[in-house]
Design a protein around this ligand. Structure first.
Ligand code: SF4
Ligand code: SF4
Length: 452
């Protein structure tokens, strides 16, 4: 095993609660009676509807086409009739133009696979990018940035390394872990496509050392398929991706931290991984790339984890995009105790939901239910200047100072002190002994500096 244990500065070690679901194989998608598909499930301009109310659609039909360079297509995730196109709430509280599909009776709800694997190795970089774009693939690690755009860096950015991100450092979430166990070959084929498009000869598969079964699965798969990278990428023999085993630490899976940990390169404040010659993609994204190219399958479902100590049967499951939270109950069997908080994503970076009528969108990696006892309800205390938040910040900000600037409405000062670079990992708030909701202050301050 290429056992390499890398580090980055800052970070925290929250309890992971991953054992609740990590042994549960990913369940097949259940088919909801209706889906609500926001036309903006990605970073960039919303897709433009190409359907109207009353139309019938099949699974995988295009319902929204990209409306600009940074945009992404949206497809029907179930077959049925379009009953509504309206502005409806999404996981971040924004109302987004969305297409509602009601499933028809006796409709075929499977995506019909067109096997096209035989000619994949002959596809050009441009053809591969088009297939990925047409399939509406976006980053499944949470950012939901259109993948075809990410894989098309400007000519002045020389990329020499690809990182496949299997860190999954958020507590509770285990769907990426399961994907690495269950969809190993597809993930490697997806990585082969990424490498071919970028023309690099250096690739790492990065996994935290709390997922030993995934590390062994990838190690075995590299022995089995490593020689195939020559034909998958057209780059010839003599290299295969390497495993990078990372020490468990949050937020190891953040792009800047994983690049620092593996390559010892520092992405400049306000910069992108491509500025230091690197592109990082989540393992789920690699699998979606594989499906888009080998199976011509659009992104109509994704793996998520539904978990929490009050959940009767924590699960990893495929979910059709647009499935409402309220329709997921049958998948995890309900609750053993009443939940007080529901989060889409993980508890560190995810967003609390105030309604169960919220659809699962492409970037959602999980749903976490927390009980009253698990919610930190202590009142906000006074900063004791312990400096823990400063030590925890992986990008070297001083959260306590930023918090005071925001409290005093000194937004210009907060801006000069770099508040815009905070990527809301929550490490500072997690570590604060005074229970100051630093992340809330930082988010508020970031929103305010847009206007100063
Ligand atoms: S200031 Fe931002 S980036 Fe730094 S630890 Fe806090 S939330 Fe994370
Ligand atoms: S961790 Fe909390 S108490 Fe300590 S310096 Fe930061 S804000 Fe103050």
């Amino acid at each position: 095993m290429a056992s390499m244990r890398y580090r980055f500065q800052g970070g925290v070690h929250p309890l992971t609660f991953k054992s609740l679901a990590s042994d549960r194989p990913i369940k097949k998608s259940f088919i909801p009676k209706r889906v609500t598909l926001p036309l903006s499930q990605h970073i960039g301009s919303p897709a433009q509807a190409v359907v109207s109310v009353g139309m019938n659609v099949k699974v995988g039909d295009l319902i929204g086409e990209p409306s600009g360079y940074i945009s992404s297509a949206v497809h029907a995730s179930i077959a049925g009739k379009i009953t509504k196109i309206a502005y409806l709430p999404t996981y971040n509280q924004a109302r987004v133009l969305s297409v509602v599909i009601e499933a028809g009776v006796d409709e075929d709800q499977d995506f019909r696979v067109v096997t096209a694997a035989s000619d994949v190795n002959f596809l050009s970089k441009e053809e591969l990018l088009k297939l990925i774009r047409d399939a509406g693939v976006v980053g499944l690690g949470g950012a939901a940035f259109p993948t075809d755009v990410k894989l098309s860096p400007p000519g002045n950015k020389k990329i020499d390394t690809v990182i496949l991100n299997g860190a999954e450092c958020e507590p509770y979430l285990t769907c990426d872990h399961r994907l690495m166990l269950e969809k190993t070959e597809g993930i490697l084929k997806g990585l082969g496509i990424i490498v071919k498009i970028l023309g690099v000869r250096r690739a790492y598969i990065a996994i935290e050392n709390n997922k030993m079964s995934a590390i062994y699965a990838m190690e075995r798969a590299l022995k089995l398929y490593g020689h195939k990278f020559a034909e998958w990428t057209g780059l010839g023999r003599g290299w295969t991706p390497k495993l990078a085993v990372l020490n468990e630490k949050y937020p190891q899976g953040a792009e800047k931290q994983i690049i620092k940990a593996i390559l010892n390169r520092i992405v400049p404040a306000g910069g992108l991984p491509m500025d230091v010659g690197c592109i990082a993609n989540n393992v789920g994204t690699a699998y979606a790339i594989y499906e888009s190219v080998y199976l011509r399958k659009p992104l109509i479902e994704r793996a998520i984890t539904i978990t929490g100590s009050c959940v009767k049967e924590p699960v990893n499951t495929w979910v059709r995009t647009g499935t409402l939270l309220s329709d997921l109950k049958d998948v995890f069997g309900g609750f053993t105790k009443e939940p007080k908080k529901v989060i889409i994503g993980g508890p560190m970076m995810g967003l609390a939901q105030y309604s169960m009528d919220i659809p699962i969108s492409k970037g959602a990696g999980g749903v976490v239910f927390l009980t009253k006892d698990e919610i930190d309800s202590n009142e906000e205390g006074v900063c004791i200047r312990c400096g823990r938040c400063v030590d925890a910040c992986p990008i070297g900000l001083v959260p306590t100072t930023l918090m005071y600037r925001v409290k005093k409405e000194q937004f210009q000062d907060a801006k000069s002190l770099g508040i815009a670079y905070c990527y809301e990992c929550g490490s500072c708030a997690y570590t604060c002994p005074a229970k100051i909701p630093l992340l809330d202050y930082l988010k508020f301050g970031k929103a305010k500096i847009q206007t100063v």
